[in-house]
Design a binder for this molecule. Structure first.
Ligand code: 5AD
Length: 350
């Protein structure tokens, strides 16, 4: 029976934990169906396309899971010019997308004024919403970028287990910024706020993952990005043994459970079928995400000469591989799934 979309109950932590631990594929069908039903009733069949531009792989941080961490000498570092980024924005807009996502390592070589200039030029030249994802930047910079017209900011909290967070995110100069505080500040500045987690980080427990899901609701997130942890050989975390019996696995099904639960606790959020999900299950990952609560995909518009160097984890999936970044193919995928292409900026509630 199809659940009545008006009637579903938002799961409490006990229910969330029970779903996370559920392993029976037949029982999980009920979770997938509920998430898909709530997705349709709350945000409809439109899938919003966000053009992702990875503007720099320089990074001052030492996150123990990430391939572009400062300590990794194997990376060819690059930083795009403002002209290149604006050029990508024109392409994204020309293809009818509503949003550009400007993402990079925590790179202070992307100076505050440089980002302000790029945002200003994109807002002047296109109707795009501008999403920034540039790490833990200074309050004054975040305010200036918002004033220049940036609409949204993405900063995953990665895990709500603070001991685990501190282990995998060595602070800069011994100062740790509380990401919750920064997310609140972004909200106060008037950004739409996105966050999320990795699923299956070594040391991550079911209980902490249930807490993560409950935080999606308490933070009232506008956007929720969830993907499986993927081991990168040139990082310290690759040599860390995964934890004990309570260890969350880093697989597509578990990541999908978190996507589905995110939809149930934050019914009208924008939730992408992430690249990491498409990487761990190349044949079906994104499609599964879109069937289990997601309503956004983020095709990669990083120029080819830089793409391979944005190596946060190995073998990142292009949308469907050769050529599938082309809009025709994304549209083809959505048509096959019975979904439509989102029009306009695809903001929360609009
Ligand atoms: N596996 C999966 N996701 C990763 N990220 C960074 N490194 C990895 C990895 N090894 C994710 C983080 C970050 C986002 C941009 O990419 O969650 O917030």
């Amino acid at each position: 029976m199809t659940p009545d979309p008006g009637k579903y109950e938002r799961p409490d932590r006990t229910t969330v934990l029970a779903w996370l631990r559920e392993n029976d594929p037949a029982a999980l069908e009920a979770l997938w169906l509920q998430a898909d039903t709530v997705r349709r009733s709350q945000v409809g069949d439109a899938v919003h396309l966000r053009g992702l531009v990875e503007v720099s792989n320089h990074c001052v941080r030492q996150c123990t899971y990430c391939g572009i961490r400062a300590g990794n000498r194997e990376v060819n570092r690059y930083r795009m010019t403002a002209e290149e980024v604006v050029g990508c924005a024109l392409r994204v807009a020309g293809l009818g997308y509503g949003t550009i996502v400007i993402q990079g390592g925590e790179d202070f070589g992307l100076t505050g004024p440089w980002v302000t200039d790029v945002v200003t030029r994109i807002k002047a030249a296109t109707p795009l919403a501008v999403t920034l994802s540039l790490g833990e930047r200074l309050p004054d910079e975040l305010r200036e970028w918002r004033e220049a017209g940036a609409d949204r900011y993405l900063l995953r909290f990665e895990t709500s287990d603070m001991a685990l967070f501190d282990r995998i995110h060595p602070p800069r100069h011994g100062q740790s910024v509380k990401r919750w505080d920064l997310l609140g500040r972004l909200r106060d500045l008037g950004y739409e706020v996105g966050s999320g987690v990795m699923v299956g980080i070594p040391g991550q427990t079911w209980g902490s993952l249930a807490d993560d899901v409950m935080h999606f609701a308490s933070l009232d997130l506008d956007m929720i990005g969830v993907g499986p942890y993927i081991q990168h050989p040139d990082t310290p975390l690759a040599t860390t043994a995964a934890g004990g019996p309570d260890q969350v696995p880093a697989d597509a099904t578990t990541a999908c459970k978190v996507v589905a639960l995110a939809r149930l606790v934050r019914p009208d959020a924008n939730i992408p079928a992430t690249t990491a999900l498409g990487t761990i299950d190349r044949a079906h990952g994104r499609e599964l995400g879109l069937h289990r609560g997601a309503n956004v995909v983020m095709p990669n518009f990083t120029p080819d000469r830089y793409k391979a160097s944005y190596d946060i984890y190995p073998d990142k999936a292009a949308l469907g591989d050769p050529g599938e970044d082309l809009p025709g193919t994304v549209r083809e995928l959505l048509r096959r799934l019975g979904r439509t292409v989102g029009q306009g900026q695809g903001s929360r509630g609009g």
